[in-house]
Design a protein around this ligand. Structure first.
Ligand code: 5RP
Length: 224
């Protein structure tokens, strides 16, 4: 059992209240949170979940968590999700789990975004890990040249010998920025302007609360 991930997942679940619409994140930390939500639901918690991936949807369904959709509930009370990197200004890199597009759509509709991480995800500047960018399959090699022109080395994400295909039927490029990402907002806007790009894993000005599991216990960062 990963004690740090359990600690933050448990702390996040404490924020849930009866009647809430809850965004369900994707990844190993979110998966622990979904397990705990399933337990709370079996004990009587009354929430509706909106999953950010087919994996989270399958897990939630198997646990008996009632689900809804953004069409029925376009305003989400709280989303609990992991992240790959968190900067001092609470900007994020997400999507190494491949679910960045649905995560960004769901989290953009959330009144509160709670990010659950262990302390290895805290960085002084984003870009130590590669930045995932989801790209439409048509012409994706050409789109990757436009990404490279922004100063990165884009590498097509593979699944065994074939390109990894997202839940949305697209490919993902992992973009390596040798010098890191100095201005996440500007880069995010530049990437989103490229025809063929769906979106990047830069989540700027989105997280409200970061729950961090560390050797010293739980730490909390909040957006001012
Ligand atoms: C999936 C994500 C995940 O939240 C991110 O990759 C963190 O995952 P984990 O909790 O397994 O470290 O963005 O697309």
């Amino acid at each position: 059992m990963n004690i740090k991930k359990h600690l933050v997942a448990e702390a996040a679940i404490e924020l849930l209240e009866d009647g809430m619409i809850v965004g369900l994140g994707t990844g190993s930390t979110s998966s622990i949170a979904i397990d705990l939500i399933g337990k709370r639901v079996s004990e009587g918690l009354n929430i509706l979940g909106i999953p950010t991936s087919k994996a989270s949807e399958n897990q939630a369904t198997s646990l008996g968590i009632p689900l809804t959709s953004l069409s029925s509930h376009p305003s989400i009370d709280i989303t609990i999700d992991g992240a790959d990197e968190v900067s001092p200004s609470l900007d994020l890199i997400k999507g190494l789990g491949g679910a960045l597009v649905r995560e960004k759509i769901v989290e953009n509709q959330s009144k509160q975004l709670v990010i659950i991480i262990d302390d290895s995800k805290l960085v002084s500047q984003l870009g130590i890990c590669p930045l995932p960018v989801e790209v439409i399959f048509f012409g994706h090699e050409a789109t990757s040249i436009s990404l490279a022109n922004l100063g990165c080395n884009p590498v097509l994400r593979m699944d065994n010998e074939k390109p990894f295909i997202s839940d949305n039927g697209n490919v993902i490029y992992h973009c390596n920025f040798a010098e890191g990402i100095a201005d996440p907002l500007a880069l995010s806007l530049d990437i989103d302007k490229i025809p063929g790009v769906v979106t990047s894993g830069l989540f700027v000005n989105m997280a409200d609360v970061i729950l961090i599991g560390s050797d010293d216990g739980l730490k909390t960062l909040k957006r001012h």
